[in-house]
Design a protein around this ligand. Structure first.
Ligand code: ZN
Ligand code: ZN
Length: 589
């Protein structure tokens, strides 16, 4: 008698191969289990395949994702659950957009997305910064009615954020009825990243109003906003919060506190946080080195670096940026070059544009202008306008018109739309009385439609950040402030202040008008506001978006003496601590 062609499978005495999965840790072991499923005739069982795919997508390396893809391709009729697993794996892999191309394939096979499909696909777009694909998925989610899903909206907010379309992120966020902390984190971080600190902070207040508990991610973003605004009181409040809820065990949060205190002008608090950190990683050391550097304490920065070396923490490119910055702001040319070569020779760190910028600044500030020009000219990379601009500032502070003109020529070859460049050169020319050249430059600016960035200074009083713009004339300033400014200038003049009208580039303007222009500089407005609205003896902290001008710098020195106030002014370059008529920068900025 012939043996029947389809004999019944023998009863399986072995254990179910899938019971081995929890103990499996490598792809090789998984393949052994897979072989076992073939032996036990389970290789086509959908639930077995799903579990094998899930294993691969849990740890999405390129080889495990390739294996998962192969398994998936072998399934005659995959379901959406299997696809979701693939999409989740790809969204966390190095090739996130593969999720999208696989999605297109399964759509052609007639599969329909469910609640879990879009979050992974949108996350894949975030990872790949693929705004166009993200938008298409958003449309598709609307079309199938899944855009309001509680998992879809937060991932959309995140995707628009990652793709730098913060306005779209905000639109989606505003439609979430009950936003969770994850959605808040996404939108707060988005605003912090594009330097909209006030918006980020008001979202943070909203989050608290809803009784949601911030996470370390929220606090990192909010602290960076305080740092950006120089909002010390709010920063201190967050610090209390950090302590109360145990966030001080996060190294990153502590590092953000060091950075916040340093940028808000309280170096003492930054040092105290740093010294009390149980664990200090490279970022923490770098933040403290940078803090010393921006506060003009170059030698402290260097000795901290020695300590870091003794602690055997590996420096990175940010650590060296801090050191170079420290050298340039303390005038330590030789030390700067020593660190510059040490960085590339010992640590194999390729200098970036910011490192080169520090070197140009280092040479320029110390007066080695021709050497700085040569340095830029011989760089192994294409110089950016910012590098030349740094040199232009040095030409201006050292009064070198010839080189200044040559440098601006190099800047204009690359970019002629930056208002600040025209202003620096005009100031340089004006101080030398070269009015014809000044006129020519102003005409050039007008013809090219270049606008000047207005100076803006901010001061935090009673937890509110007040902003003042240069040229906020008589009309936009309150009567009280207007009066306070007049009084201030009067007292300054008695103490010997002479307004430096050469800084006002208007040849036809009368000297009196030039004086008025100087009086309404944003930093003077902010300081006067601080004198008016804080109790005697309180430190006045001002943040300015551009470099402080020479006239405001001399005025601030005198104010600190006459009114016995410490004034801490952070400009775009560094900190100025004014006390007893002197500035910590030693008039070197
Ligand atoms: Zn000024
Ligand atoms: Zn100064």
């Amino acid at each position: 008698m012939a043996t029947p062609a389809t004999a019944a499978a023998p009863p399986c005495p072995s254990p179910n191969p899938l019971s081995l999965l929890p103990r499996c840790s490598t792809l090789r072991e998984l393949k052994q289990i897979q072989a076992f499923t073939i032996k036990t005739h389970l290789q086509n069982d959908p639930s077995v395949l799903t579990k094998l795919i899930n294993f691969c997508t849990e740890n999405p390396s390129s080889s495990s994702m390739a294996h998962a893809h192969q398994l998936f391709d072998d399934i005659p009729e995959p379901d959406i659950v299997m696809f979701n697993s693939m999409a989740r794996g790809y969204s966390r892999s190095n090739t996130p957009l593969q999720a999208i191309s696989l999605f297109v394939d399964v759509l052609c096979c007639g599969l329909l997305p469910d609640d879990y499909t879009f979050p992974s696909l949108i996350k894949a777009c975030s990872g790949a910064k693929a705004l166009e694909e993200g938008k298409q998925l958003h449309c598709f989610a609307v079309k199938v009615g899944l855009n309001d899903n509680i998992y879809v909206r937060p991932t959309l907010v995140n995707m628009y954020t990652e793709c730098k379309d913060v306005d779209a992120a905000r639109l989606v966020f505003d439609k979430i009825v009950e936003p969770c902390v994850v959605s808040y984190n996404a939108i707060i971080t988005a605003n912090a990243k594009i330097s909209r600190p006030n918006e980020a902070l008001s979202l943070f207040r909203e989050l608290q109003g809803r009784n949601l508990k911030p996470t370390d991610v929220t606090l990192l973003s909010v602290l960076s906003c305080c740092a950006l605004l120089g909002a010390l009181d709010l920063g201190k409040w967050i610090h209390e919060y950090v302590k109360k809820y145990g966030f001080h065990k996060y190294v990153k949060v502590n590092t953000a506190l060091v950075d916040m205190y340093a940028k808000c002008g309280s170096l003492k608090d930054a040092v105290s946080i740093f010294e009390n950190m149980a664990v200090k990683d490279t970022q923490a050391w770098s933040a403290m080195i940078m803090a010393y550097a921006t506060h003009g304490q170059g030698h402290q920065a260097m000795s901290l670096f020695e300590e870091m070396r003794r602690a055997q923490v590996k420096p990175d490119n940010i650590t060296f940026l801090g050191l170079l910055y420290a050298c340039s702001h303390t005038g330590l040319v030789e030390e700067g070059f020593k660190y510059f070569s040490y960085m590339s020779e010992e640590h194999r760190i390729i200098p970036g544009i910011k490192h080169y910028g520090c070197m140009v600044d280092l040479l320029g500030r110390a007066g080695y202008l021709d050497r700085a020009y040569k340095f830029i000219d011989e760089l192994p990379i294409e110089p950016t306008p910012i590098l030349w601009r740094t040199l232009l500032s040095s030409c201006s502070s050292h009064g070198n018109i010839e080189l200044g003109k040559k440098v601006i020529g190099r800047i204009f070859e690359l970019d002629d739309s930056h208002g600040g460049d025209y202003v620096i050169l005009s100031n340089l020319l004006a101080r030398a009385g070269k009015w014809e050249d000044v006129d020519y430059l102003r005409k050039m600016m007008k013809d090219r439609g270049v606008v000047k960035i207005p100076g803006c200074s901010s001061i935090e009083v009673n937890n509110v950040v007040h902003e003042f713009f240069s040229g906020d004339g008589v009309n936009s300033v309150s009567t009280d402030l207007h009066r306070a400014l007049d009084e201030l200038v009067k007292e300054l003049k008695i103490a010997g202040y002479v307004p430096d009208t050469s800084l006002v580039v208007h040849p036809d303007m009368e000297d009196d008008d030039k004086e008025i222009t100087l009086r309404y500089h944003s930093e003077k407005l902010a300081i006067a506001f601080g004198l008016l609205n804080t109790t005697p003896g309180t430190t006045i902290r001002v943040v300015k978006n551009l470099r402080v001008c020479g006239d405001c710098h001399s005025a601030a020195k005198l104010i600190s003496l006459i009114f016995d106030r410490e004034i801490i002014l952070r400009d775009v370059q560094r900190f100025h601590h004014f006390k007893d008529g002197k500035c910590s920068c030693g008039d070197f900025w």
